[in-house]
Ligand binder design. Sequence first.
Ligand code: 4AD
Ligand code: MG
Length: 423
Amino acid sequence: MFAEPAVGTSVRLHGWVRRARSSGGLLFLVIRDRTGSVQVTAKRDVLGEEAFQKASQLQLEGSLELEGTVATDPRAPGGREVRATSIHVIDAGAPFPIFKDQTEEYRLDKRHLVIRSSEHVATFRVKAELLAAFRRFLAAEDVLEMTPSVLTGNAAEGGSEAFQFDYFGRPGYLSQTAQLYLEALLVPNERVYALTPSFRAEKSRTPRHLTEYLHLEVELAWCDLDSLLEFIERMIATSVAEVAQRCAPELKELGRAPEELTSLAPPFRRMPYSEALDRLKEKGFDVSWGSDLRTAEEAALTMEERAPIFVTHFPKELKAFYMLETPSDARTAEAADLLAPEGFGEIVGASCRETDIAKLTERLRANNVDPAEYEWYFEIRRHGNVPHAGFGLGVERVLRWMLRREHIRETTPFPRTPSRHTP
Ligand code: 4AD
Ligand code: MG
């Protein structure tokens, strides 16, 4: 912040109190604004009795305006401080209710205040830069941003996990994916994406599930699985490296070495599901063909990896109805999950899309879904079908891995989980 002006310069600042301490006629403050923090000292005989008294009432997070002179002080962080010539208290503030060693539940109840911590400020700056980097990459790749609705009449990824609500007397759902709308928008635009909240009504209390998360979804025409995976790994390596460069101080503050994130060179490893089962067997996990990989198994596959890995060609029954059957193997889907290294789990789900209406119908029936609900989706297939593929990336999942956070909730300001939707 205030590091810029030279010693001897007069400055005018406004901000919030991060620390306050007084001793006799001297007040020590650390003041924070969006650019950083600085130590301020104020003397009673400089401010005058009344102003000094008022300034002494400032609580943590109280707000103020001040004028002063920049001076050297070897004991101050950054070696400089501001010696106040006047302090105008804007809001002295009530005693701040957040301090060390409070329970996690209490901190979640007070989330609207906890997000003032330097850790949260750094986290959300990294998140903003990550979103900006994704958007720059997609724009450079000529992929157009679309704005599909999140209120919908279909529950695309499987009815049981959608939040349902009353839409003027008819069932409405909160979107789990923008994919089906993107497939419609793909036809006139060829390359489209959306960045929207997705909702999952899963009662999974795990460190990687939110009931609302930010979903980056891309849909590309004339695209096969190889080109899709190549696109994904380039997008992730480029965007993560840009964030590491732009947010080096924030990453260091959060305990992550930026260099670890600038060196994720593509190609990422590709491992067919059947090979993953063989590797797991070597590691003592006996997963039978057809079973999904659980958290512990994903962790075992990625513990020693430095970059994410693709697991491809899962049994199609494990995957959503819209995934294309592998042309050379009717048992598997032409699809991949991208797993973050060190056991952070799935960050991207990707697939080529099934264009055959009969197969889509059959898969929906197998999932006990009435194909009639998807009539509008089939109609897209009846008018100028083309091979296409796409993926969905969980923004908070990527951040959890980038920042090595224990719990995904630390990557979003107001986390939504089965036990919490306030504040
Ligand atoms: O694998 P999913 O369910 O795929 C889809 O929804 C596709 N229709 C996306 C597409 O192809 N357009 O979800 C995609 C990603 C996952 O890989 C994961 O990163 C994230 O969304 N995700 C979650 N993130 C946080 N909390 C949850 N409960 C999540 N569920 C999925
Ligand atoms: Mg998935």
